[in-house]
Structure formats: structure tokens, C-alpha cells
Ligand binder design. Structure first.
Ligand code: PLP
Length: 417
């Protein structure tokens, strides 16, 4: 029986969400559009299969076909990033990080990561997260003038704090990190070096961002951000950590792997090795640079709006609204009203409360997947700049957004999901 008959209420949610994704411009930096092939695998019979364990060593019978899928996912992701070892079972980025941490250190040990308020992730030591509860945390911050991670300060802090693991990675930071410098600091203080490349993994896969894999002991990632695969996580590591990582994913953190998602990861890793994917990531970066340039223009600066660090090396721009009349919440709502979805984001040293904030995080991956090139990124950047300056004709901006959405149809040819 089709979903529309079994559960018309949920069918209506799917239809409405497909409409929303099609009719608006998605600029949340952590989101993307998974290709039809990935959605197909995720909605397949593989969801029925229990497969606790690893290929060839399962605790359930009938795993001969899902073993093929998991081995393909492992081989492809190792080749994509040049890794010695991979575990493709983490249900999400947070699970990958929990397993990586528990493989490397013991409860009560010390971890050092970028503060959440300065662009780090919850799993890098936030006090309400498992990481902040289980481990002692020494958070590093960005420099108050440059808004960049200053490696001399990280080294100083590491020498004073003597952490057991140092993590490089972020959820809201517009620049590349220096993995070699992190490695050398970790070696100097006797810490493990972990990189969380959840946000920029797609850029690494395309060869457009330094690869942390040769430098780090362990590298975790999500698969659904710049990588544009199914919502999930993955762990890469030096071979010597493989056994410990496997046992800390299963049975350490998880039960049965989601085999429909594991197989969908294999598809995503295959696509990420393609020339089409590389060109798309080039458009991602070009789009972010165009957006930063437009938001740095004098007319925008005049309204107290600027871009943190003055630009970007990655797929996102952090808009600084500390001197603007608009706060982060108002700016998010304003862009939403013209059909552009972004998220408000605290800026480092933010004077406004976390539910309001003085910043926006705006990313280009989803629109690049939709087919946007330089001309379209210029147009959407101008819409954003015009809106943030204040006093704009929002009806006119809404029409410009609607035209872009119409010219670049999402999932064309599929009337229902
Ligand atoms: N690590 C980083 C750097 C992230 O930005 C995120 C998600 O935002 C995660 C991990 C967690 O991923 P998930 O939401 O899949 O648990």
C-alpha cells in the first residue's frame, strides 16, 4: 500500500518538505541535497537487515550481500582520502566522534578542542555533551583581532595543559587549519591528534583543501555536508588504531549498523571520486568567495555588516552583525522571508545571547549541487547584501529568489517522494 494511503499525514509532510526544498534557496552550510541514487538506497530493503559485527565476522546470518556493500564503502572511502583504515558504521557525526574519543582516551583524560562559542562542535568538549561530561576539557579560542586560530597560542596552551588528545575541526570557521602544526604540537606534548573534517570533507575529497589524513592519528567526518551523501558518519585512521576504533563503534557505541545507510555511503564515496564532483566543489568555493566579496562591499559595510576574517577559504561565510541594527535572529528571519534559508550563529566574543546572536553562517554547497555557478552566486549574494543593508523591497527580493529556484529545479521529474 502506498504511503499516501497508509499515512496521509506523513505523506503530506514529505510533499510539503519537497516543495520547501524546491522553492527556497538552501544556504545552511551543513546541508546539501543527496542525489537520487543515495535516496534510493536509503529507502531500500537494506533497512530490514541486522548485521552486528563487521564484514565476514557478523553476529547474524544472511549478511553475504550487505558485506559486499560495506566492503565497497570501506575500500572507496580509504581510496578517496588515502586512509589506511576506515569504519563506515557510525550512525552520525556525533557517534563517530564518541567512538574516536573512546578509542583514543579514557574518561577523566584531557581533550583540547576549539570552543563551541568560537566555531567548534558540541562533541569537542561542550559541557552538556558526552565529551564535556566524560573528559576534562581545555578549549582553545580564536584570536580576538584576527578571528583566526593562532597556532603559537594553541602550542602555548597545549604545553601548559598537557592534553591527551588535540582536535582540529570546526562547525563555523571560514579558514583552513594548519594540520602540520597541530601534528607537531601533539607530538611535542605527547597527545593524540584527531581531526574532525565533517564540514570540509567534500573539499578534501576534491583536492581543494589540505588533507588531514596523512597528519592525524584519527579523522572523523559526517557524510552529509559537503560530501553530499546520506546523513551519517565515518572514521578514518592509521592502521594501528583500527581494532580499537572498530570495537568502540560496535559494541562500544552502537548495535546493528544501518545497512541501507552504509550502502548509500558507498554510493556517495563513488560519486565523490568523480570529475563532476570535483567541479561542483570548485563552484562551492567560488560561490563562497563571491558571497564574501559582495558582503565586503562599501554599501554593506556602511550598514555595519561585515565578514569575519575578511573572507573565506572554504564553503561558508560568517557574517558579523555586531555593528548592525539587525541581530542574528532578525537577519535569519529576514532572509527566510525572501526565501533564503540560513542559520544565525554566534560570533566569537558575541555580545548578544546565544538564542539571538550577532552572526549568520551562510554556505554554498547545496546551491552548487543544485547547479549554481558564478552568475547565480552573484545574484543570490546581491539579494542577501541588499536584504542585510536594510530597507529593501522584500517583495522584489522574493521574486529574484523565486526565479533562481525555478531556473535550477531540484530533483526534476519526481513529483512525489
Ligand atoms: N562534527 C562537526 C564539526 C559538525 O559540524 C557536526 C554537525 O554539525 C558533527 C560533528 C555532528 O554530526 P551529526 O549531526 O551527524 O551528529
Amino acid at each position: 500500500m502506498p504511503l499516501s494511503e497508509v499515512d496521509p499525514e506523513i505523506a503530506a509532510v514529505l510533499e510539503a518538505e519537497l516543495g520547501r526544498q524546491r522553492d527556497t534557496l538552501e544556504m545552511i552550510a551543513s546541508e546539501n541535497f543527496a542525489p537520487r541514487s543515495v535516496l534510493e538506497v536509503q529507502g531500500s530493503v537494506l533497512t530490514n537487515k541486522y548485521a552486528e559485527g563487521y564484514p565476514g565476522r557478523r553476529y547474524y546470518g544472511g549478511c553475504e550481500h550487505v558485506d559486499v556493500a560495506e566492503n565497497l564503502a570501506i575500500d572507496r572511502v580509504k581510496a578517496l582520502f588515502g586512509a589506511e583504515f576506515a569504519n563506515v558504521q557510525p550512525h552520525a557525526g556525533a557517534q563517530a566522534n564518541a567512538a574516536a574519543l573512546s578509542a583514543l582516551i579514557e574518561p577523566g583524560d584531557k581533550m583540547m578542542g576549539l570552543s563551541l562559542a568560537h566555531g567548534g562542535h558540541l562533541t569537542h568538549g561542550m559541557k552538556l555533551n558526552f565529551s564535556g561530561k566524560l573528559y576534562e576539557v581545555a578549549a582553545y579560542e580564536v584570536d580576538p583581532k584576527s578571528f583566526r586560530v593562532d597556532m603559537d597560542k594553541v602550542r602555548e596552551q597545549a604545553l601548559a595543559e598537557r592534553p591527551n588528545v588535540i582536535v582540529a575541526g570546526w562547525s563555523a570557521y571560514p579558514r583552513q587549519l594548519d594540520f602540520e602544526a597541530f601534528r607537531s604540537i601533539a607530538d611535542e606534548v605527547g597527545a593524540y591528534f584527531w581531526t574532525d573534517m565533517a564540514h570540509f570533507a567534500g573539499l578534501v575529497a576534491a583536492g581543494l583543501h589540505p588533507n588531514p589524513v596523512p597528519h592525524a592519528d584519527v579523522v572523523t567526518s559526517t557524510v552529509h555536508k559537503t560530501l553530499a551523501g546520506p546523513r551519517s558518519g565515518v572514521i578514518l585512521a592509521k592502521e594501528q588504531f583500527g581494532k580499537k576504533i572498530n570495537s568502540n563503534v560496535f559494541p562500544g557505541q552502537q548495535g546493528g549498523p544501518l545497512m541501507h545507510v552504509v550502502a548509500a555511503k558507498a554510493v556517495a564515496f563513488k560519486i565523490a571520486a568523480s570529475e563532476e564532483f570535483r567541479q561542483r566543489q570548485e563552484r562551492v568555493l567560488e560561490g563562497a568567495r563571491i558571497l564574501a566579496d559582495r558582503l565586503n562591499a562599501p554599501d554593506v559595510a556602511g550598514a555595519g555588516v561585515s565578514v569575519l576574517t575578511g573572507g573565506t577559504d572554504v564553503h561558508l561565510v560568517l557574517v558579523d552583525l555586531r555593528n548592525s541594527e539587525l541581530d542574528g535572529k532578525q537577519a535569519e528571519d529576514l532572509l527566510h522571508s525572501v526565501g533564503i534559508t540560513v542559520n544565525r550563529n554566534a560570533v566569537p566574543f558575541d555580545p548578544r545571547p546565544p538564542m539571538v546572536t550577532s552572526g549568520l553562517r551562510i554556505g554554498t554547497p547545496a546551491l552548487a549541487t543544485r547547479g549554481f555557478g558564478a552568475a547565480e552566486f552573484e545574484e543570490v549574494s546581491d539579494v542577501i547584501a541588499t536584504a542585510l543593508k536594510g530597507g529593501a523591497d522584500t517583495e522584489m527580493l522574493r521574486k529574484r529568489v523565486a526565479k533562481l529556484a525555478q531556473d535550477f529545479p531540484l530533483y526534476p521529474g519526481h513529483e512525489e517522494w
